[in-house]
Design a binder for this molecule. Structure first.
Ligand SMILES: *Cc1c(COP(=O)(O)O)cnc(C)c1O
Length: 469
């Protein structure tokens, strides 16, 4: 009887969920229309209208209408649509209506080698010609080569890499490595900092700090303690107190400069002092260089400024050269060897795929061959000093311009001003990071390929925007 019922249900479901022939045909036609415009180089007026309307409707009905409210609020005249369409050179992109933007947001730090860098694009295209993804069974060569390159360019004894597709996955990997390595010593606790951003999946969210992102999802992974960023004394006391009560710390996770937190540069000796605490208490130091890595701050990795060698490092964002998503967690042999006996203990299907690895290898080539970190240091020094010249005139609303290399923050007296400035710059064709949620400090993280003239253009626009406020 039970099986009879099941059969009847299957019959019902077939009818219920089978697409009607007509609907199927119209969906196929729709996909053709979209595939057609994807393959186009320039759009005609009908295309533009179609894409804009589709995008707005689809975000409303199928993505998340919340994005539209946000976009509407920052777009001139309260229109919804600024629908992006294509890149325009290394440092700019244009929307469907043809408006060009200098990209000072840099995808929150993914475009270090620029938009569609020709050498990264060439490598990915070439790889695509013979293999896109890996078999999942044989040994894939590019994964090994990329891991070797990372071991060479990262500081200290960092040697073995695990690849994922994002920053949050890199952080998950770091947390799991620290846990497995420290468990046998009875150390199960972590310390992260107020203002930290490490990602939004449940493990990394445990290390992330913003209450707004965390509270709805509690309880998170247990064992995370919090200290104020830059406060060595509090770090020491928390480590000591934790060990006195049997809650020994396995690892401390830190961003070398807090990005999402508002470009917070710690005291210069902070990292070295934390590293000393780690050594004294046998704690692992995890450097989350997802945003600060790959040349952004004027060195290949920001910890090089501090002369500190972490036990575990997280990378992502710019690692894929602004073309492919890829993240990596790289650790010393001592730590990573926990994964040797069973390499399947931590895996992900797409991690380390040939296309992403090709992109990352080409990115490292560009960063090294074009001396990008040095370029970021020089251009950053220029840009920061020019921004300071402009903002000095508006001391009543601008608190500070700070940063390292091309990771720059402008802090305002309040959220409202920062928001107005980022909106004003947007209208002038400059994209900066300053959202509704966090606009007190707007972030300027352009491609490291940004030209001096473009920096000057931004400074001039900022002057005009500030004088109107
Ligand atoms: C962006 C970021 C992450 C998260 O990366 P996703 O790819 O968005 O998951 C983690 N850590 C830092 C420091 C970041 O800036």
């Amino acid at each position: 009887m039970i099986s009879n019922n099941a059969e009847i249900m299957e019959e019902d479901l077939k009818d219920k969920y089978q697409l009607e022939e007509e609907d199927k045909a119209s969906l196929i036609e729709y996909t053709h229309k979209v595939l057609n415009f994807i393959s186009k180089d320039t759009l005609n007026e009908d295309d533009k209208k179609f894409i804009t309307k589709e995008t707005v409707d689809d975000f409303k009905n199928f993505v998340n209408p919340g994005f539209l409210e946000y976009r509407k609020s920052v777009t001139n005249g309260g229109q919804y649509a600024s629908v992006e369409w294509k890149d325009a050179g290394l440092n700019s992109f244009i929307d469907v209506s043809g408006k060009e933007y200098i990209d000072c947001l840099g995808g929150f730090g993914i475009y270090n080698v620029g938009h569609r860098n020709p050498r990264v694009l060439k490598a990915v295209n070439a790889q695509l010609k013979h293999q896109a993804l890996h078999s999942q069974d044989l040994l894939d060569p590019l994964r090994g080569i990329l891991a070797k390159l990372l071991a060479e360019i990262t500081p200290g004894k960092l040697q073995y890499s695990f690849f994922g597709n994002s920053g949050t996955e890199a952080v998950e990997g770091a947390i799991k490595l620290a846990k497995i390595h420290q468990k046998k010593k009875g150390k199960n606790y972590f310390i992260s900092t107020v203002g930290a951003f490490h990602g939004k999946s449940l493990g990394s969210l445990s290390a992330t700090s913003k209450g707004m992102f965390r509270k709805p999802f509690m309880p998170l992974v247990s064992g995370f303690k919090r200290v104020f960023y830059g406060d060595v004394d509090m770090m020491y006391k928390t480590v000591r107190a934790s060990s006195m009560v049997g809650e020994d710390i396995a690892a401390i996770i830190l961003e070398p400069i807090q990005g999402e937190g508002g470009v917070i540069v710690p005291p210069h000796d902070y990292f070295a002092k934390v590293k000393q605490i780690c050594e004294d208490f046998d704690i692992l130091l995890i450097a989350d260089e997802v945003q600060t890595g790959m040349g952004r701050t004027g060195k290949m990795f920001c910890v090089e400024h501090y002369g500190v060698e972490p036990d575990i490092m997280c990378l992502a964002k710019a690692l894929g050269g602004g073309i492919m998503p890829i993240g990596a967690v790289i650790a010393t042999e001592d730590v990573f060897s926990e994964f040797f006996p069973n390499p399947f203990i931590h895996t992900t299907t797409f991690g380390g795929n040939p296309l992403s690895c090709a992109a990352a290898i080409a990115t490292i080539n560009v960063l090294l061959e074009d001396n990008m970190p040095e370029r970021a240091a020089k251009m950053g020094t220029y840009f920061i000093s020019e921004l300071r010249k402009v903002t000095r005139k508006y001391k009543n609303i601008v608190k500070e311009v700070r940063g390292m290399g091309l990771m720059i923050g402008i802090e305002f007296e309040n959220d409202k001003t920062g928001y107005k400035v980022s909106k004003g710059l947007f209208d002038k064709g400059i994209l900066v990071a300053g959202t509704l949620i966090n606009a007190k400090t707007i972030r300027i993280e352009p491609p490291l390929t940004i030209e001096k003239a473009q920096c000057d253009f931004v400074c001039k626009a900022l002057d005009e925007v500030l004088s109107n406020i």
